[in-house]
Design a protein. Structure first.
Lengths: 368, 220
């Protein structure tokens, strides 16, 4: 442990550029040069006119006229306030929680209600189902959560619209989500895994067998079934299968041989020899950014293979101080998390925090 | 299990001494506690209809929002998007449950608007190219220094996503690491690690002249 402490201290000392951190300490000439050059891009626009200012101008316009007719002015003032409040709230009072639904193409259905035409719109409430046939597309929008584009041949259900958790179930089809709710609040159940938004945009597909695919375009997504979890950053994808859960994530620009080997390794009932062969292909073809895949493999390979994966990952992206070979081989969660943070995708503590928050609510994904 | 704020894996239970190195979250949070308290007061007032309070929040957070956007969209689009972020935030302020999470919430809106911009503007596979082309050809870069500044900005934006935001907030917006953590809701440890690693990679990309003055050691 003492050796580990010393390594950590060395790393921290190397990181101890106080000038970079908070501008204190000995000035770093290179950083000063960058500050001087880049400072020209600094934001310096004045505060814009927010709605209150627009509102004040309107009142000044009306007031001189209203003084001529006090009674009429009072009535008009009450009406104007009502209109302004209505417009600013932008929603009807006591509206039940749900998503606004609009037809993009064809005739989507919420329950038995058809939504069609240019003015086609409706509401998806908790417990209701939205379906699109092969000619229909729909758009869901909730101001406090985000927007979902629904492709043809999709069936989804709204399970929950609580203050801390918004949950839908995607039974089949394809959705493109763009979420602005805080990380961890938007969850999608699929038949083979649960997708948790961690501040991102992603596409989620589920086929008729319940198998799924998530492709992240911004931020990252957590994919989980029971104890098996995958983190999918922007540019990466992850397949999930019923009764198995999420596979190992990979970057979509990886070679087809690499991806095929990974699929066989994750989901095929192969002999130990074949699994070793597939693992060898993945390791041999892994590029720098494929540290993503290798980090996940650490917890998915047999113990004898773990040392091999460790060796390859170590070459791609060495572990930070405080992370030891022994700790990783024994799957020390703290050390694995430290190493993940070192890979530069995002801070895993966000996931750990939200995982604790929502894991109490059992996912619907059950491998049916 | 009790809920707690997400924190860097400080390792303090192992006696690693991260507190002294500034990687422990608490001291930074304490340092900025008066700021955070004032923010929560302003957010509460704004939610109650006080637009002046929202204006003060704008003054405090505009640089952070600008930096987040600058990491993701062409320079010429950023200022307008900053306004959009605040207008959207104003409209949705009533849906913010945790007033103490205003910064993180605002940053998420900014990141999502940036993504929305790209979805509307160009096919996904052209995003990186578009960023570069739009900015280096921007008419404001009309002298040597400006060209150099644009090239450095591009170099930062070619780094992994996790490093772009903290570097831009530090080097462009002039925020300190603790301030970045406080304003974005990220853990101080995470910001410090990403600043450090991002700076290392930036020095490598900027070439030997940059590395010659590099006081940081590249990891073996």
């Amino acid at each position: 442990m003492e050796a580990g402490n010393n390594e950590t201290k060395k790393e921290l000392q190397a990181m101890g550029n106080e000038y970079l951190w908070d501008g204190s300490g000995e000035p770093d000439p290179e950083i000063q040069r960058l500050e001087a050059l880049l400072g020209r891009f600094q934001y310096n626009r004045p505060r814009p006119a927010f709605p209150e200012i627009v509102l004040a101008k309107r009142w000044r316009f009306f007031l001189p006229h209203m003084q001529l007719f006090p009674a009429l002015a009072a009535v008009a003032a009450v009406a104007a306030v009502g209109v302004v409040v209505f417009l600013m709230n932008g929603r009807k009072p006591n509206r039940p929680p749900g998503w606004d639904v609009s037809a993009v193409e064809g005739t989507p259905r919420v329950g038995r209600k058809a939504i069609s035409g240019k003015e086609g719109s409706g509401r998806l409430g908790v417990g209701q189902t939205l379906e699109t046939d092969l000619q229909a597309r729909a758009r869901l929008r909730a101001d406090e959560i985000g927007q979902i584009e629904v492709e043809p041949g999709t069936r989804l259900r709204l399970l929950n619209m609580g203050s801390e958790l918004k949950r839908i179930a995607l039974d089949r089809g394809t959705i493109h989500t763009f979420i602005w709710a805080p990380p961890g609040q938007f969850v999608v159940d699929t038949p083979s895994a649960v997708a948790v938004d961690l501040g991102c945009a992603y596409t989620l597909q589920v086929d008729d067998t319940g198998a799924g695919l998530v492709r992240t375009s911004l931020g990252w997504v957590g994919f989980k079934l029971k104890g098996r979890e995958s983190f999918i950053p922007a540019g990466a994808a992850c397949v999930t299968r019923p009764r198995v859960g999420p596979g190992t994530p990979y970057f979509e620009d990886a070679s087809s041989e690499y991806r095929s080997a990974l699929m066989r390794f994750d989901f095929e009932d192969s002999t130990p020899e074949q699994r070793s062969k597939d693992l060898a292909i993945v390791l041999a073809r892994a590029r720098q950014r494929d540290a993503l895949t290798l980090w996940h493999l650490l917890a998915r390979v047999d113990e004898p293979q773990r040392a091999t994966v460790y060796g390859h990952l170590e070459k791609l992206d060495p572990p930070p101080s405080g992370v030891t070979r022994e700790g990783v081989l024994s799957l020390d969660q703290h050390m694995l998390d430290l190493w993940w943070n070192e890979l530069g995708f995002d801070d895993i503590s966000v996931w750990r925090y939200w995982e604790r928050s929502w894991s109490g609510a059992a996912p619907q994904a059950n491998g049916k | 299990m009790d809920k707690e704020l997400p924190r860097m894996n400080s390792g303090s239970e192992h006696g690693f001494g991260l507190l002294a190195a500034g990687l422990e979250g608490q001291p930074v949070r304490e340092q900025f506690a008066p700021d955070l308290f004032e923010d929560t007061t302003l957010v509460s007032a704004a939610r109650d209809g006080d637009r002046a309070a929202f204006g003060r929040l704008y003054d405090r957070y505009a640089r952070m929002v600008h930096g987040v956007l600058l990491a993701k969209v062409p320079l010429g689009e950023v200022d307008d998007l900053v306004q959009d972020v605040f207008v959207l935030a104003l409209r949705r302020l009533s849906t913010l449950r945790e007033v103490g999470s205003f910064g993180a919430w605002l940053a998420a809106i900014a990141r999502n608007l940036a993504m929305d911009y790209h979805r509307r503007a160009a096919p996904e596979d052209q995003l990186t190219a578009d960023l570069s082309e739009n900015d280096t050809e921007h008419p404001m870069f009309n002298d040597e220094h400006e060209g150099a500044a644009a090239a450095i900005l591009e170099a930062i934006r070619s780094l992994p996503e996790a490093y772009r935001e903290p570097l831009i907030l530090r080097l462009v917006e002039g925020m300190t690491g603790p301030e970045i953590a406080t304003r974005t809701g990220l853990t101080p440890g995470s910001v410090r690690v990403n600043l450090h690693r991002g700076m290392q990679q930036l020095r490598e990309r900027l070439g030997p002249s940059s590395n010659s003055s590099n006081p940081e050691q590249k990891r073996p």
